[in-house]
Ligand binder design. Structure first.
Ligand code: SF4
Length: 347
């Protein structure tokens, strides 16, 4: 394990102590999410992966959940959905999971800027699994050091989650708990390596429209060298932008499966929540069309289905992630809309 993760000190001046930066917190103008300065990685060459290759840990068998999801992905495209339940509310978690179970192949249950304190990832995953829904667990490097993360990864493998989505995570100065100390013992690439060594199906995110735009595909290649199997493509403007990024990645030799995010908006509350996502780029007029429609819910579902079908035409796209969240108090309603969207996709 140590050979995978032994790390030099992070980059001077990076508030997250990242070695394999930049993080997802770079603004479109190159600014750092933490303060009024330029991201320290932007004027440097690409940082290549220096840890061990995943092949070294192939002796580690994939978890049951990973093996099942990998098998499913060979048969058809998958539908993942952001998990809309209230934080730390077992009843809401169970209700939303039951509503999504069936049409949705897995819920992406991760971080939320509005509710940094969540049940621990493995406990949350076990609640969702118990309600009959598979989980793709989001893990960040902000809230736990590598030892605590190793414990969570072991728990998640035992539960049999479908995948682990590895992110560095927003800084604590953003979101609902600026009083907490940030950890950042690891970054997303190192977390990908650790998750792969623990037997998980590993995903990472990339934002093709965020600086350094010209290095985004090459960064993904390095993340796959660390252990990533799947790339969730953050909202980057629609079919053309996703297609360009996938082709550019393929040209560099990336073999990961791609799951682009599809914006889910059904009302003003969910629109506001989506607009809080960092590095968000939506297709031209997308939100405006939905919110000005006579029936925004129906228009939002129709738009998500249409965009999903177009994205699935791109070679290398293995599924879609219905991405967004509910306005406060509308979690179950939003879960029903997600399920209905997935049902209409019927992949
Ligand atoms: S944007 Fe991220 S990687 Fe860049 S300096 Fe800030 S915290 Fe570090």
């Amino acid at each position: 394990m140590e050979s995978l993760l032994s790390r030099a000190a992070g980059h001077d001046g990076c508030p997250k102590n990242m070695e394999y930066g930049p993080c997802g917190g770079v603004g479109f103008d190159g600014s750092c999410e933490v303060g009024d300065f330029r991201c320290v990685f932007l004027d440097d060459p690409l940082v290549t992966w220096r840890g061990g290759a995943p092949a070294e840990s192939e002796a580690v068998r994939r978890s049951s959940g990973a093996a099942e999801m990998m098998a499913l992905m060979t048969t058809r495209p998958i539908v993942v959905a952001d998990f809309p339940a209230k934080a730390m509310d077992a009843e809401s978690l169970t209700e939303c999971a039951a509503l999504l179970a069936g049409p949705v192949d897995a819920a992406l249950a991760g971080d939320a800027g509005t509710a940094r304190v969540q049940f621990s990832p493995s406990y949350r995953a076990s609640l969702i699994r118990a309600a009959g829904l598979q989980v793709w667990t989001g893990l960040n490097c902000r809230d736990r050091n590598r030892v605590a993360i190793e414990g969570e990864l072991a728990g998640l493998a035992h539960i049999g989650v479908a995948g682990v989505h590895c992110v560095t995570g927003d800084h604590t100065l953003l979101g609902s708990r600026p009083d907490a100390a940030p950890v950042f013992d690891l970054d997303s690439s190192q977390l990908a390596a650790l998750s792969r060594a623990a037997g998980h199906l590993v995903s990472v995110g990339e934002s093709p429209t965020t600086p350094p735009v010209e290095l985004r595909a090459a960064r993904l290649l390095e993340k796959t060298r660390a252990g990533a199997d799947v790339c969730f493509v953050n909202h980057c403007g629609g079919v053309d932008a996703v297609g360009r990024f996938v082709r550019e990645s393929h040209d560099l030799g990336v073999t990961a499966a791609f799951i682009p995010c599809v914006p889910m908006v059904t009302d003003h509350g969910s629109a506001r929540l989506l607009q809080s996502f960092p590095s968000l780029v939506l297709p031209d007029g997308y939100l405006e069309r939905i919110l000005s429609a006579e029936g925004p819910r129906e228009e939002g579902i129709r738009a998500a289905v249409a965009l999903s079908l177009e994205l699935l035409e791109i070679e290398g796209v293995a599924g879609v992630n219905l991405s967004g969240g509910a306005g406060a108090g509308h979690e179950a309603e939003f879960a029903i809309a997600l399920a209905e969207t997935a049902q209409r996709l019927a992949l």
